[in-house]
Design a binder for this molecule. Structure first.
Ligand code: SAM
Length: 300
């Protein structure tokens, strides 16, 4: 079952003045404004360890790829690259200890954070209990109906007269490299280039994470395309089905792996028409080549 838990403003930890408190001089306007937004805590090594252990000793789970960011300035750079601004709605997958969440909330965004690990979901809920800018869903994002959560949040905001600008995602960086003829070239690369313009932004050294992973990371920006700018295929469903079949037999030539769509000879003719050798394999084709090939072999 989905657990949708908007953090309640009533959990605000700041001490409220009691009647018995001695009267305090009014704060100067600038200071009052400064106190309306919390000073952001840094997410360095010690803060991260302390946070992880705050509910009993905790060992990061390899199976969930738990490597936590120890450098707040990288999260700031990430938020800047995504141009996160006041009023944005950001979907964050895997908030962990909330180091990026922290920066996003500070930038004025409302964050929908989806976290599979109950320990981390509780941790991030507790950490940001003071704000209503966060909704934590303790869910597996691969099984979660993200669209319905996003729509209900957007509708909610609209109903109280707030016009959120648009939704943004934190996306896995390894999707970016789509160079031809590499072992990393997969259907997902065709997918992201079909729907967006990916842009490599910067590398993040592995030393910025705890525990340290075996590889460095990178930040990629995906600018979503307008529907009119999608490559011209009659049916995206049939297009991606063809792309998946092509990669299923990665070492296979397309004239064999696409035989279920049309005879080999016709595939060879279509490949020639696209300007490719008849022996082409999936890693030899750009998105544009796949689109042309699809349109030729599905119109036969
Ligand atoms: C690499 S950590 C990143 C944490 C945080 N963004 C940071 O930079 O410190 C990945 C997070 O994603 C969570 N996670 C892994 N698989 C998930 C899934 N399928 N659905 C939701 N969360 C997931 C992990 O529990 C972990 O908190």
């Amino acid at each position: 079952m989905l657990s949708i838990t908007p953090t309640s403003p009533s959990l605000r930890p700041c001490a409220r003045p009691r009647l018995s408190d001695p009267p305090r001089p009014p704060l100067p306007v600038v200071a009052a404004a400064a106190t309306s937004r919390r000073k952001r805590s840094e997410d360095d090594y010690h803060a991260t360890i302390k946070s992880l252990n705050s509910k009993g000793r905790y060992t990061p789970r390899k199976s969930l790829g738990q490597h936590y960011m120890l450098n707040s300035s990288i999260n700031e750079a990430l938020s800047n690259v995504a141009e996160v601004e006041d009023g944005d709605v950001v979907l964050e997958i895997g908030p962990g200890t909330g180091s990026l969440t922290n920066v996003l909330i500070d930038a004025g965004a409302t964050v929908i954070a989806i976290e599979k690990d109950p320990h981390m979901a509780m941790l991030v809920r507790d950490r940001f209990g003071y704000t209503d800018q966060l909704v934590v869903l303790q869910e597996d994002f691969t099984k979660c109906h993200i669209h319905s959560h996003l729509s209900s949040l957007l509708e909610n905001k609209n109903s109280i007269g707030i016009k959120p600008r648009y939704a943004k995602d934190e996306t896995a960086s390894r999707l970016a490299d789509c160079s031809l003829r590499t072992s990393e070239y997969r259907p997902i690369n065709i997918f992201v280039n079909f729907y967006s313009d990916p842009e490599y932004k910067f590398k993040v050294e592995r030393t910025n994470f705890f525990p340290q992973p075996n590889v460095d990371a990178a930040v990629i920006k995906f600018t979503l395309k307008q529907v009119v700018d999608y490559p011209p295929v009659a049916s995206p469903k049939s297009f991606f089905s063809m792309v998946n079949s092509a990669f299923n037999g990665k070492r296979k030539m397309l004239r064999r792996s696409l035989q279920h769509i049309c005879p080999s000879l016709e595939i060879e003719a279509a490949l020639k028409n696209v300007g490719l050798p008849v022996t082409a394999r999936p890693q030899d084709l750009t998105l544009d080549d796949f689109v042309k090939l699809h349109n030729l072999i599905t119109q036969l």
